[in-house]
Design a protein around this ligand. Sequence first.
Ligand SMILES: Nc1ncnc2c1ncn2[C@@H]1O[C@H](COP(=O)(O)OP(=O)(O)O)[C@@H](O)[C@H]1O
Ligand SMILES: [Mg+2]
Length: 311
Amino acid sequence: MTSCAIQAQGLARRYGEVVAVDGLDLEIGEGEFFGLLGPNGSGKTTTIHMLATLVRPTAGSARVAGFDVGTDPVKARGQIGLVFQESALDRTLSVAENLRFAGMLYGLPKAEIERRAKALLDLFGIADKFHAPTAALSGGQRRALDIIRGVIHEPRVLFLDEPTIGLDIPVRRRIWRFIEGLRQRNRMTVLLTTHYLEEADACERVAFIRKGRLVTQGAPRSLVENLGRHTVEFESRDIDALLERARPTLGKGLKEGNTALFLHGHEDTAPLARLQDELGDLVTAMRVRRPNLNDVFLWVHAGADLPGGRP
Ligand SMILES: Nc1ncnc2c1ncn2[C@@H]1O[C@H](COP(=O)(O)OP(=O)(O)O)[C@@H](O)[C@H]1O
Ligand SMILES: [Mg+2]
């Protein structure tokens, strides 16, 4: 790996009795696109807050862009861009005013802010909105403006906490192309959290966390391949009954989803066809497909050991 943009050692944060983050080690390379994934409440936001110097760790340490977030927070902050779930924009201002205000906080000259703002708006294809009122933008455009606001000072490291939540799929895609363009232009490191696992496929590496601890990390493709060559999905209206009926035949490898059971494996799937009869009308549909990151997520969520083993 090239030199580290983000490095965390034993990073931890407690809130009273709650251990939000429980000794996290991370090494993220310069220019890397890294995804932090995990169920609600697993500590993703708290991790980003600590790395971004907004929350003090209760244990451990972290360096971002070469600066220790505990002892050098001001210098670290100058290298960091932040985009949170909640918009940081002032809706009563124009697009230009929002960006001017953000740039001034970083001490950028007015002409430079304007040059960067126009180039970034152009990258998203909304150069014509420079003078528009922020309130007149669409949801996707406002999200893009939030991101532009977060990178106007050309940070080395960009933190994105669920940046596309609530946006529909075409808009999400546009936002992703935009972020990818930014990353390649500036060789910026991007640390992302997302609920939409299909988005995390685009990450070079992802880490799954659960209860504030790292469960597994790696390239999405290799994590998925660890699960197996195929996934058999048994759909049912009564998962509990199906589980009871199928377990003797299919064993512990079965994983529960909300409306289906999953079986991951490398073996030939042809003999499984017989199962559909055996399981009778408890199974409303059975299909064989490639495993994906959602399947990895289910393993992590269930707290199971991954077939490929823990890191
Ligand atoms: N400011 C806070 N005060 C008390 N508890 C918190 C605070 N922030 C987060 N938590 C708790 O820490 C845990 C992790 O939360 P969070 O980092 O927001 O998870 P995620 O972003 O993965 O959903 C949760 O149990 C949450 O309730
Ligand atoms: Mg969160």
